[in-house]
Design a protein around this ligand. Structure first.
Ligand code: ASP
Ligand code: MG
Length: 418
């Protein structure tokens, strides 16, 4: 068995879907994980936002746009105006949700998952039906059933044991040997839909690869492979031919948009190689990630945007570290704040964290627990692995730099956004 994952950019239009078909031509024993088409998840986040603000008309407008975009893709694929009953049914369900859901703030994450999951349900349905029509028989797998997660919304962890049992039972029920399942989504024990966090389809694919003991997993992307930096931000970016799991985790954790950080563990545990390959050209080798690869030789630059720098001080000056650390981290856990960097001095503790919904509540709670908190927004975190003096002079100095932390090989810089 092989696992292929196609991201939203690869299947953003009918040409993308036809190209997917070309890529899988002649394959069998294949599990295909697909994301929502193009920017669908962002649009669904706006639907969610409309429901949350009780602006149902706005939610409806967003749904209308999505419906017509997908209808355009279907018509193009079928070469004539075509209605797919299952797609109509999915849109009807989404509309019912958008109009009837009674929103309570404590249900924000629950509602979010119920809404955004439609992106993947719709994309996989279209692609599965198209491939069947084109003669590539496949089975559509409902990952709300087969990908079993914990009871937590918006970034649920997978229950590997249960998923293994259910997924294998599910596959055994079909005669086909090509399967298509949704990335990013799963089901909680109470039967509600969950999601694995934005860009979580990579993780879905890795979980499937692990469970099915896949010989390899490939992520088909709109880039040639993994680069040492984002070429949109850093010119001179170069492609890396091979990476090991460890370097990849570090890169993903620092914010490199190669692959979802949780993807590597399920692969590493079973020693499954991961190929990052260009969707546009099957002949190009891309990048291979596996345990044996040598450490990378070029410097790596990773920019993580939308950061907040929080500086915390205890009012009585008594920074008894162990104790205070525990209080602070349990508050962070409660408000689901993701910490990317910690820096401590005699009286201060600084945290660079992701800008998220609950930051201000966390700041309030910290203040209520006896801390002074300073919050600087509009920050970004730049990590340079394998820095040299030229890179140091260029990025680690200057008045945008608020905080800098370095080891012999890596420097991390919290700086103000331009
Ligand atoms: N469609 C989801 C997102 O855009 C999941 C994914 O693409 O991996 O975040
Ligand atoms: Mg995506």
């Amino acid at each position: 068995m092989k696992v292929y994952k196609f991201g939203g950019a690869s299947v953003k239009n009918a040409d993308g879907v036809r190209n997917l078909h070309k890529i899988i031509a002649g394959e069998h024993d294949l599990f295909i994980i697909v994301s929502a088409m193009g920017k669908t998840t962002n649009a669904l986040e706006r639907v969610f936002d409309g429901i949350r603000r009780d602006d149902r008309a706005y939610a409806q407008e967003q749904i209308d746009t999505l419906r017509s975009n997908h209808a355009g893709i279907i018509d193009d694929l079928w070469h004539k105006p075509t209605k797919l009953e299952r797609i109509d049914a999915l849109f009807a369900e989404l509309e019912t949700l958008a109009h009837n859901f009674r929103y309570k703030p404590e249900d924000a994450e629950l509602l979010y998952d119920q809404v955004v999951a439609y992106g993947e349900l719709i994309s996989t349905t279209i692609i599965s039906e198209y491939l069947n029509k084109a003669g590539t028989h496949n089975a559509w797998i409902d990952m709300r059933h087969a990908m079993c997660t914990e009871q937590r919304h918006k970034d649920a962890a997978v229950d590997m044991e249960r998923t293994e049992k259910i997924l294998k039972e599910e596959l055994a029920r079909h005669r086909e040997n090509i399967f298509i399942g949704q990335g990013f989504i799963g089901g909680a024990p109470d039967g509600t839909t969950t999601t694995l966090g934005r860009e979580g389809s990579d993780y879905s694919a890795a979980v499937v690869a692990n469970i099915l003991d896949a010989e390899s997993m490939a992520v088909w992307k709109d880039v040639d492979g993994v680069l040492n930096a984002d070429p949109k931000i850093f010119p001179d970016a170069v492609q890396i031919a091979e990476l090991n799991y460890l370097d990849t985790i570090e890169l993903a954790y620092s914010g490199a948009q190669i692959i979802h950080p949780r993807t590597i563990k399920p692969l590493q545990n079973k020693n499954i190689p991961l190929y990052v390959r260009p969707f546009g050209d099957k002949r190009k080798p891309g990048t291979v990630i596996r345990s044996m690869s040598a450490p990378i030789e070029v410097p790596i630059l990773i920019l993580k945007k939308n950061q907040v720098l929080m500086t915390i001080r205890s009012r009585d000056f008594s920074f008894v570290l162990e104790e205070k650390f525990a209080t602070i981290f349990s508050l962070f856990e409660r408000f689901r704040i993701k910490v990317n960097l910690v820096h401590n001095s005699a009286i201060n503790l600084s945290f660079c964290v992701d800008e998220t919904w609950h930051i201000d509540e966390a700041v309030e709670a910290l203040r209520a627990s006896g801390f002074d908190v300073m919050k600087s927004t509009d920050m970004e975190l730049l990590t340079i692995r394998g820095y040299n003096t030229k890179l140091w002079d260029k990025y680690a100095c200057g008045n945008r730099v608020f905080l800098r932390q370095s080891t012999q090989s890596t420097v991390r810089i919290v700086r103000k956004r331009y």
